[in-house]
Design a binder for this molecule. Structure first.
Ligand SMILES: Cc1cc2nc3c(=O)[nH]c(=O)nc-3n(C[C@H](O)[C@H](O)[C@H](O)COP(=O)(O)O)c2cc1C
Ligand code: SF4
Length: 492
């Protein structure tokens, strides 16, 4: 197996794979091969092959073949300004036409059709088909609202902050395209108020629009408290309506009854950025990257034991190892990876060679989630790391449902015991508690802890056995590896 070594960023955010020669390309996953061909980084082997890789004509409002090639890889990050500043409205408009005016209560089926043909799935975690959500909201009796979810409560994730702080107009355009798709006359952008850079960039971008491009759609920002659960869609809706960022239990789903009781389309900000690009470049262009079932590219926050931690963009279907390679590759031997973030699951190293898609990770009970990958070095203690993450889950509970409040506290205490050495029957007890908690919360928050713990039992089975027998590894007493933030914030 050839591991890619070194992707050097070029000015403008493009990345050039160094040291790849054609004979090695064949060991890359098919989506990565296509990405490299389309982006012009690799000479096709022959004129015949060049013809086979011919790009379709973009259906963009302002597209040329040339900038299509430039944009194909990376697509979102390709638009970053090399000086690290947010892209201003003028620069943004040189590449993207203004979104159409939304007609209140009258959606635009053609936009939804394009999103459907593109096969876009949400990038906020659950991977739900975006067009399906749009169609439901567009068909509702009352005029809907669009809620752009940029809260990014997942501690290991940074991709939404990059989009909001560096490409705010792409996100706002996506929200306006979504508004036109469903016939919304109001857009709310939710931003974690502790994320100062993103908050400032969004506020500045909206002020620019106010001056140069006033919109018929009311666009406002909701500054959310830095709590993980605040990013859950019903919590966001309740925050906008009542100023409390806790999930509502049994109050109907946002797509039925959301902001001001109106049907509300909640989409992650990366999803909306893709919507803006699909609107500009068309579904065929979007499908140039990715797999048949999981199209386009996605942003990944790659941290842990990699040479250059950061945000990278890869085609859906690239293997996890290829994505790690875009972050410089593993810096030391790995024992596992946390995929999907704290709300995700551990996978063993064998999984790193599989496609980083829902289909590829499904056998391990994992999914790409919001695109977080944390590479765990061989020297760390996976069980101790898990125990600290489960304690974080417990601290982040919104305190409304018994299984979440008490169940997560018990689970966290039990995991900590296990990390310190455990005792007979503890693992079975933890498994039982997990089954009792799962699916019993008002939202999916507790389910995340149970999934994480189950994956730890599978991936660190040898450690579990040693800890249960009272023989914790030496690493369990060493410095924690994954940074876990505190939860000392209110809900308002
Ligand atoms: C506990 C919890 C926390 C969540 N936090 C976020 C978040 O920070 N950002 C986000 O986009 N989605 C988050 N979600 C998912 C949202 O509820 C919602 O599904 C998502 O914003 C929809 O966008 P998408 O379809 O574009 O992915 C969270 C879900 C749960 C259960
Ligand atoms: S499960 Fe936990 S986080 Fe979710 S609504 Fe209940 S108490 Fe709140």
């Amino acid at each position: 197996m050839v591991v890619l070594t070194g992707y050097d960023p070029l000015p403008g955010g493009l990345r050039l794979p160094r040291g790849i020669v054609l004979s090695e390309i064949s060991v890359l996953s098919e989506p990565m091969q296509r990405l490299l061909f389309h982006s012009g980084y690799v000479e096709p082997p022959s004129a015949a092959a060049a013809r086979r890789t011919k790009l379709p004509t973009p259906v963009a409002t302002r597209g040329t073949h040339e900038n299509l090639v430039r944009m194909t890889a990376p697509r979102l990050l390709g638009g970053l300004s090399p000086d690290g500043e947010a892209v201003d409205l003028r620069t943004h408009r040189a590449a993207y036409a203004e979104p159409p005016i939304s007609r209140r209560g009258r959606g635009d089926a053609a936009i939804i059709d394009a999103v459907e043909a593109a096969g876009l799935r949400g990038r906020g975690g659950a991977g739900f088909p975006t067009a399906r959500k749009m169609r439901t909201v567009a068909g509702a009796a009352r005029p809907p609202v669009v809620l752009a979810n940029g809260t990014e409560g997942e501690p290991a994730s940074g991709k939404d902050a990059v989009l909001l702080s560096r490409l705010p107009h792409l996100v706002i355009d996506g929200a306006l395209w979504a508004a036109a798709a469903v016939g919304a006359d109001r857009v709310v952008i939710a931003v974690d108020r502790s994320n100062g850079v993103a908050a400032e960039a969004v506020a500045h971008a909206l002020a620019e629009r106010e001056r140069h491009e006033p919109s018929a759609v009311a666009i406002e920002v909701s500054w959310t408290p830095p709590r993980y659960v605040a990013g859950e869609e019903s919590a966001l809706v309740q925050f906008v309506n009542k100023g409390v960022a806790k999930p509502t239990v049994g109050a109907g789903r946002p797509f039925q009854r959301g902001i001001d009781g109106r049907p509300t389309l909640v989409q992650n900000v990366e999803t909306l950025a893709h919507v803006a690009q699909i609107a500009a470049w068309g579904p065929d262009w979007f499908r140039l990257d990715g797999t048949a079932g999981e199209a386009g590219t996605a942003l990944y926050t790659v941290t842990g034991a990699v040479t250059r931690p950061g945000i990278v963009e890869a085609p859906m279907g690239a293997t996890t190892m290829e994505i790690l390679a875009m972050a410089g590759g593993p810096s030391v031997p790995l024992q596992a990876a946390l995929v999907g973030g704290f709300f995700g699951a551990w996978v063993p190293t064998e999984a790193l060679w599989r496609s980083h898609t829902r289909a590829g990770l499904e056998p391990y009970g994992a999914s790409p989630g919001c695109g977080v990958i944390v590479a765990l070095p061989a020297g760390a203690c996976g069980l101790s790391e898990t125990a600290r993450l489960v304690a974080w889950y417990s601290a982040q509970s919104a305190g409304q449902c018994g299984p979440c409040v008490h169940g997560l506290a018990d689970l966290a205490a039990g995991c900590t015991d296990l990390a310190h050495g455990g005792g007979p029957g503890l693992v079975e007890q933890l498994r039982r508690w997990g089954s009792m908690i799962e699916g019993r919360g008002g939202c999916h928050h507790p389910d995340g802890a149970v999934r994480l713990l189950r994956s730890a039992f599978a991936v660190f089975a040898d450690d579990v056995a040693a800890h249960s027998a009272g023989r914790p590894c030496r690493a369990s007493a060493s410095v924690p590896f994954i940074y876990v933030p505190d939860a000392a914030h209110g809900w308002r």
